[in-house]
Design a protein around this ligand. Structure first.
Ligand code: ZN
Length: 191
């Protein structure tokens, strides 16, 4: 790596703000890894015409910053798993974000700028179970003012997300039920 390149990297990597600004070399590396996660550093270096140590350093920075991740998961496009998206109006989106981190049925949440201020993806092998989860976690939740649940009926492209496949918190044997970290699931099991 020459001095010029080192200097430009320092300008481009704004880790302090929590936002990672990719430059053209980063974008090329990410594109190649997306196409072939097993591609070696030396092959990437050949394609983008940089040295192998430069590629290694770049990939380390991309990984350390959290922008580049190689993730395994379920492809919801092909799996026999029901997926719903719930749009909510809530006084406290942060509390729902915390819920999503713990609840085994919830895949991810998004803050929105519109009338509904948060959307949450939920998955289960049983659609009726998802309706129960939405009732227990949102409709019975005093902080949530409005709930709209839609079943996802078709997915255009591969949609791969990690999921706790043992998320059948409601039908697990009693001794396993305490394994859930979600307070709302626990409460629903007790009732
Ligand atoms: Zn839960």
């Amino acid at each position: 790596m020459n001095l010029m390149e080192e200097h430009s990297m320092q300008i481009n990597y704004d880790l302090g703000a929590g936002i990672f600004r990719m430059d053209d070399i980063d974008k090329k590396i990410i594109t190649l890894i997306q196409e072939d996660p097993g591609m070696t550093h030396s092959n990437i270096a050949k394609v983008i015409k940089k040295s192998q140590p430069t590629v290694g350093k770049r990939i380390k920075k991309l990984r350390d910053s959290g922008i580049l991740k190689i993730q395994s998961g379920i492809n919801f496009k092909n799996a026999d798993i029901s997926l719903v998206v719930v749009h909510l109006i809530t006084k406290n989106p942060q509390n729902l974000f915390e819920m999503v981190k713990r609840c085994p049925f919830m895949l991810n949440a998004f803050n929105l700028s519109g009338e509904y201020n948060i959307s949450i993806f939920l998955a289960s092998s049983d659609i009726r179970q998802l309706n129960d989860v939405v009732n227990n976690h949102f409709r019975a939740n005093s902080e949530v003012q409005k709930v709209s649940m839609d079943i996802i009926t078709n997915i255009a492209q591969d949609f791969i997300l990690p999921m706790d496949i043992y998320s059948k918190a409601f039908i697990l044997p009693l001794e396993s039920r305490s394994e859930t970290y979600c307070e709302y699931c626990k409460k629903a099991i007790m009732n």
